[in-house]
Design a protein around this ligand. Structure first.
Ligand code: 2P0
Length: 321
């Protein structure tokens, strides 16, 4: 059996995914659109070894519980007709304590490395479907640049595809508000939002329309609309979370500070839009020529806690031996 190392990059959703209509298959209530990032990625090596008694998993050299990984490897073993256990080694490449370690890059890299190590040669679509079973957002990290995860109706029809490369020089600035671990995991909070937020049905209908509008705005290189839709999708997601029972928010005071600086920049004519995920950090979507000006405006408050990145590549095999 081969030892395969694959690399997959994290992605940030411009149109968010929040809520599953099928938690077992990870089928989302809404489609989502994302940007895969150049600077943050996971490298994962997989080797199936018949003599191993159980799967083994290390992250950055430290042994980890294997529950979620083994359940995912079972899907690969089923497809490949294999029974052997596997040794899995992952390394996260994110700037120290950036708080951006992501299940998206993790399961996209694992899907590619494990399927190849098991002797499968999956299409990009089937890899995306497989990665989705590990973590919904991982379905999008199979692709570089912009990706659309169509919600679909079942396991066969829920997968991501690459969107055409826009002429827009997209850039992203990450504002590190807090790099610590999340107080509440996104999977449990998603489920509680679906179950208890009275705003959830409104989120589903608005966000689905926004996903389709985003595809059109990107195709038209209409950055004002791309940015507006990005900020709206994030705020509406956080609004559904605030309205859940118990009420909750990932935001911290500095999250609002960063967002209000972004709004001030926009009033001055700078194309900058804020998006927040399952944590307090703020990501600013902009165009490359404005990065220096935006960083200069944020530096008095955030100092060195500003990271710049841009579109990154698709998941790929690094070595196969
Ligand atoms: C997203 N997030 O679209 C949204 C926005 C966080 C906020 O996808 O339960 O780790 O493994 O499918 O993909 C984070 O959730 O959740 C996420 P599971 P996932 O990027």
């Amino acid at each position: 059996m081969k030892t395969v190392t694959a690399r997959a990059h994290t992605n940030i959703a411009l149109i968010k995914y929040w809520g599953k209509k099928d938690p077992e298959l990870i089928l989302p209530y809404t489609s989502s659109v994302s940007l895969t990032l150049a600077d943050f990625y996971t490298d994962t090596t997989v080797h199936f070894e018949p003599q191993l008694k159980a799967d083994q998993f290390t992250l950055d050299g430290i042994s980890q519980p294997t529950g979620k990984i083994s359940a995912f490897l079972d899907l690969v073993r089923q497809q490949a007709g294999l029974s052997a256990s596997a040794r899995v080694e992952s390394h996260n490449h994110v700037p120290t304590a950036a708080g951006l370690a992501s299940s998206a890059s993790a399961f996209a890299a694992l899907a590619l490395a494990a399927s190849r190590a098991a002797g499968l040669a999956l299409s990009a679509r089937d890899l995306s479907r497989l990665a989705r079973r590990g973590s919904g957002s991982a379905s999008r990290s199979i692709f570089g640049g912009l990706a659309l995860w169509q919600r679909g109706d079942d396991d066969a029809t829920s997968f991501a595809t690459a969107l055409p490369k826009p002429a827009l020089p997209l850039a992203m600035i990450v504002v590190l508000v807090d790099a610590g671990p999340k107080p509440v995991g996104s999977r449990a909070l998603m489920a509680n939002t679906v179950a208890t937020s009275p705003y959830y049905p409104a989120w589903v209908s608005t966000n689905e329309k926004a996903a389709q509008a985003m595809v059109a705005a990107l195709a038209a290189d209409d950055f004002a609309t791309v940015g507006h839709l990005t900020e709206q999708s994030s705020m509406q997601m956080h609004a559904t979370i605030l309205a859940a029972d118990p009420a909750f928010t990932y935001w911290q005071p500095e999250t609002l500070t960063a967002w209000s600086l972004v709004r001030q920049l926009r009033e001055q004519g700078v194309p900058a839009y804020a998006t927040m995920d399952a944590g307090p950090n703020v990501k600013i979507l902009t165009l490359a020529p404005y990065v220096a000006q935006i960083k200069a405006a944020l530096a008095p408050t955030f100092g060195q806690r500003l990271l710049t990145t841009g579109p990154g590549p698709a998941a790929r095999v690094l070595t196969e031996v």
